[in-house]
Design a binder for this molecule. Sequence first.
Ligand SMILES: Nc1ncnc2c1ncn2[C@@H]1O[C@H](COP(=O)(O)OP(=O)(O)OP(=O)(O)O)[C@@H](O)[C@H]1O
Ligand SMILES: [Mg+2]
Ligand SMILES: [Zn+2]
Length: 255
Amino acid sequence: MPEVVCPLCEGSGWKTVERGGVSGVERCDCARETRSARLEEASGIPPLYKDASFVSFQIPANNDIAARDLSRIRASVSKYASDFLPTQPKPGLLLIGEPGSGKTHLAVAALRVIIARGFQGIFFDYQNLIDRIRSGFDPNSGSSDREAYNTALDAEVLLIDDLGSHRVLPWIEDVVTSIITHRCNHRKPLIATTNLPDPDAGGRISQRQPDGSPEYRRTLADQIGERARSRLFEMCKLELMPLVGDYRLRKTAAW
Ligand SMILES: Nc1ncnc2c1ncn2[C@@H]1O[C@H](COP(=O)(O)OP(=O)(O)OP(=O)(O)O)[C@@H](O)[C@H]1O
Ligand SMILES: [Mg+2]
Ligand SMILES: [Zn+2]
């Protein structure tokens, strides 16, 4: 099939523009589209979330309070993504909420919009990131595992999904602190999701066990360390998911 050459730039990726009688060049739309398509392909967004967008994020029809809260959070995350600039005072996003409330869906939707705007966005599942960093320490491991740590440090925008879900070991706390500190110092935004409670985010720190006795829930600080948690709050806009129940369980019921 013959390749179609863009009529605006004749395939160069740059087009001539006239402004106030002065002519110059700027990136052609075709080049921008190819760049974001390439970036999306390299983003590591899992197939399960390939259709996750703000449009596919549904608002329940049978529950007014959940509908209002979910609409508000969808609008707010969508605005975050379309206004995103690394130089903003809080360029990151932290989504906290119960399992199945739609955190990963919204975080991926935001990452997609940011990628479409030409930024490099990388998705990492926390467990997988930690596993790859650990095997990267092994001299016999493949180079892609060694690269995982550098990617986590330097990707333009990093999404860490399910932050803190791994069991706690001192080296993990050090690695997470170093990634978050490095990104914070270099103004490299981080988008993170977690279902760990945090006292400052209004999360419930204890819950009743079946016999009525209180059970302490491990917090975000318990899992990633106080220093990483503090920097995360410093660099991220915080969004709390409303208590809407698990979408995975409700999917079959009318919504
Ligand atoms: N409001 C919604 N509209 C459409 N799909 C949704 C909605 N909420 C969640 N989903 C879908 O339900 C599934 C679970 O949602 P998601 O993975 O975003 O939950 P989560 O809050 O990240 O949960 P966990 O804490 O377990 O990681 C996904 O397939 C997601 O696309
Ligand atoms: Mg999730
Ligand atoms: Zn072009």
